[in-house]
Design a protein around this ligand. Structure first.
Ligand code: NAD
Length: 366
């Protein structure tokens, strides 16, 4: 198979979909790889490293002429002009409605959307949502720590004793659990919250407290383990539980999300106004509108003495390791598509079937 790697062009996107180590593994498996020049530069992977791994360097058209083309963010409609022959594209589709199935089909591009990877044991190694959420949760805890005007750990020094910071983590999925683990490692006293019962057990297993077990909704999770939108009365119970804890917290990291929907609103203006001056909210859900009603996506604002950070594309801020993890996910997916050295889109495979945005009309193989 011929695999192509395209460079990212979106603002704030520093990741690359395949790192040299994955390129070497693909070549070992019998593939050839064409890398667009400079593709890995923003993640600190130089062209020379790709050459050393056995890749060929080229321009976007050369890389897009492959059987499988890998990218982090799907190409814009304009960038699709680089695609001159039928290909399978592996990328995140994002929330932007551009690159409709028709536009892709006109270019002969079959898109495997990385956000659609099933949350199953078999697909775990291809799950970019998990790998990138791990990065986001870690970085959110660091941002919180560096935005606070105080230490996270308890300190006993000749200059006096300092109490540990109290951190409240809202949403205990992959990002939230990583934020809990990281802020605990930094010495904070951590409390977590989620509406799913399974998440409560995970919070406790990390040594954090769980806020308000009574606010867990028995029917909060879908069969796939994701949260659902809450009924009004349940939402009120959640807000009441969180509201009481906000006034005590020095650091709040909110990661609550519902797939395909705007982020649930968990932090109201009134709650922010109960917080202590100097406290910090890091709203990891800023990208989908924010869990806090005062979050400005991509900005840091101060309201009533509370710093509210609304970061966008956190994984990209740790481009090297985020790319390394993303790349291993993509490489595993490429391995899944290789059958006797050829690309086969098996629409009976539960991973391929779910991820394929626009299945080819002509049967299983291409
Ligand atoms: P996500 O990013 O969709 O959501 C983040 C968290 O926000 C979730 O834990 C969700 O329950 C929570 N949330 C939603 N509404 C809330 C509200 N009103 N108040 C408080 N919290 C709220 O979640 P995710 O990190 O992608 O994980 C979703 C599920 O998928 C989890 O059950 C996770 O364990 C599971 N998962 C499975 C696999 C696998 O089996 N391969 C891999 C990753 C994740």
């Amino acid at each position: 198979m011929h695999v192509g790697l395209l460079k990212e062009t979106a603002v704030r996107e520093r990741r690359v979909a395949l790192v040299p180590d994955s390129v070497a593994r693909l070549i070992k498996a019998g593939d050839s790889v064409t890398v667009e020049r400079g593709a890995g530069a923003a993640a600190w992977f130089a062209d020379e490293a790709y050459l050393a791994a056995g890749a060929i360097l080229g321009d976007a058209r050369d890389a897009a002429a492959a059987d499988i083309v890998c990218k982090v963010q799907r190409p814009t409609d304009a960038e699709l002009s680089a695609f001159t022959r039928p290909t399978v594209l592996i990328a995140l589709v994002g929330r932007d409605p551009a690159a409709t199935p028709e536009t892709l089909a006109a270019r002969g591009v079959t898109l495997l959307a990385l956000e659609r990877v099933p949350r199953s044991t078999r697909a775990q190694a291809m799950d970019v949502l998990s790998s990138q959420a791990t990065v986001a949760g870690y970085k959110a805890a660091l941002m919180g720590a560096s935005s606070l005007p105080r230490f996270l750990p308890m300190l006993t020094t000749a200059a006096g004793s300092l109490t540990p910071a109290k951190a409240l983590i809202l949403g205990a999925g992959v990002a939230g659990l990583q934020a809990i683990a990281t802020s605990r490692r930094l010495g904070a006293v951590v409390t977590g919250f989620d509406v799913r019962a399974a998440a409560a057990e995970e919070v406790l297993s990390l040594g954090a407290k769980f806020l308000a077990p009574e606010a867990i909704a028995a029917d909060a999770a879908t069969a796939g383990g994701y949260a659902k939108e809450l009924a009004d009365d349940q939402q009120q119970r959640v807000l009441a539980a969180i509201g009481g804890a906000m006034a005590q917290a020095d650091l709040v990291i909110s990661t609550a999300a519902i797939p395909g929907k705007a982020a649930p609103r968990l932090i109201t203006r009134a709650m922010v106004e109960t917080m202590k001056p100097g406290s910090v909210i890091v709203d990891v859900s800023a990208e989908t509108g924010g869990n806090c009603e005062l979050t400005q996506p991509g900005e840091t604002v101060v309201h009533h003495g509370v710093t509210i950070v609304g970061p966008l594309n956190l994984p990209s801020t740790m481009s090297m390791h985020a790319s390394q993890m993303f790349s291993r996910n993509v490489q595993t997916l490429v391995d899944l598509l290789r059958k006797d050295g050829k690309v086969v889109l098996d629409m009976n495979d539960d991973i391929v079937k779910v991820m394929c945005l626009n299945p080819p009309q002509t049967g299983n193989a291409q």
